[in-house]
Design a protein around this ligand. Structure first.
Ligand code: ZN
Ligand code: ZN
Length: 313
């Protein structure tokens, strides 16, 4: 594969975004792998990072959801030409939290595109243990969805069962994806509820579990109102703003709160490979990096479809 010394990247430079020509990343540590990025999806986390709502280094390549091809590797685990996707949460793998599987709690955890350079670029360097091989016939567009699918699968860690009645709060692509995935797992008694457009239209205290995909204090109060006494409130989004709530309203119901991060990446890839998800219906389009301005701008507040960048273009 021909490789250039420079590459294009969407760089957050202080408070502005720009496409810059930057140095290609190099292999430096044992286990490093350089991946050529084929498709990279934009999500809310990237918008928060771009807007400065998430703390990042001053100079940072954004992006954390992607699929690509191994270009070079400092490990035998991968070779040039392997099709891969990457878990963007990089943890140390050695501490007691990592050993318990609580990688998000690792004191050394770094998130791609937030704490270190991301994937809105021609190439990215990542450690081998964060990389997953893809089936060779999997389209990159599906593979680039592995991260949101793995995030959705986290909901299944809460012990909810298909026989229970549940509702997903949110009118966004994540809530739609989550509903699709849960249906594959047999959860067909699950409703989708738009907490803004349908506000006030849900019955109180009837759902065995409620799941949020974008939260604020009003939605938090609605979740508690909607769940049955002793039911499960599943918190999934990554809101960076503080929430306020009234404990006296919550305590009456004794709900169980589950706050979940990621499910299994391998399970996510297997699910995508099964062909049971309709990913195309959630895709907005594929854009060159140069159109970052329009793509970021259009994505604000419009969360129905996911745009992708094709950095190799
Ligand atoms: Zn994401
Ligand atoms: Zn750790």
């Amino acid at each position: 594969m021909p490789v250039a010394e420079k590459m294009k990247a969407i760089v957050k430079d202080g408070s502005t975004l720009a496409v810059q020509s930057v140095d290609r990343p190099q292999l430096s540590a044992p286990g490093d792998v350089i991946v050529q990025v084929m498709l990279a999806g934009l999500c809310r986390t990237d918008l928060y990072a771009a807007e400065g709502k998430l703390k990042t280094p001053d100079q940072l390549i954004l992006g954390h959801e992607f699929a690509g091809v191994v270009a070079d590797a400092e490990t035998d685990a991968f070779k040039s030409g392997d099709f891969v996707c990457v878990n963007p949460l990089l943890s140390c793998g050695r501490c007691s939290h990592c050993h318990r599987g609580a990688h998000g709690a690792c004191a050394e955890a770094k998130f791609i595109g937030v704490d270190r350079d991301g994937c809105f670029a021609g190439f990215i360097v990542v450690p081998a243990d964060s990389i997953f091989k893809l089936p060779p016939d999997m389209p990159f567009l599906e593979a680039a969805y592995a991260e949101p699918v793995a995030a959705s699968l986290a909901v299944l860690k809460t012990g909810i069962t298909p026989g229970e009645r549940g509702v997903i709060f949110g009118a966004n692509r994540f809530s739609q994806l989550l509903q699709q995935i849960m249906r594959v797992y047999g959860f067909d008694k699950i409703d989708l509820y738009d907490p803004v457009a349908q506000k006030g239209q849900l019955e109180s205290s009837v759902y065995d579990y409620v799941i949020e995909t974008a939260i604020n204090s009003d939605i938090f109060a609605d979740l508690v109102d909607t769940v049955r006494p002793g039911g499960k409130v599943i918190l999934k989004s990554r809101n960076h703003e503080p929430l306020s709530f009234r404990m006296n309203e919550i305590i009456k119901k004794e709900p169980v709160f589950h706050v979940v991060n990621y499910g299994s990446f391998q399970e996510s890839i297997d699910l995508l490979a099964s062909g049971k998800l309709q990913i195309e219906s959630l895709v907005d389009g594929v854009y060159p990096l140069e159109q970052y301005d329009k793509v970021f701008e259009d994505s604000k507040g419009k969360e129905s479809l996911k745009p992708f960048f094709a950095p190799w273009d």
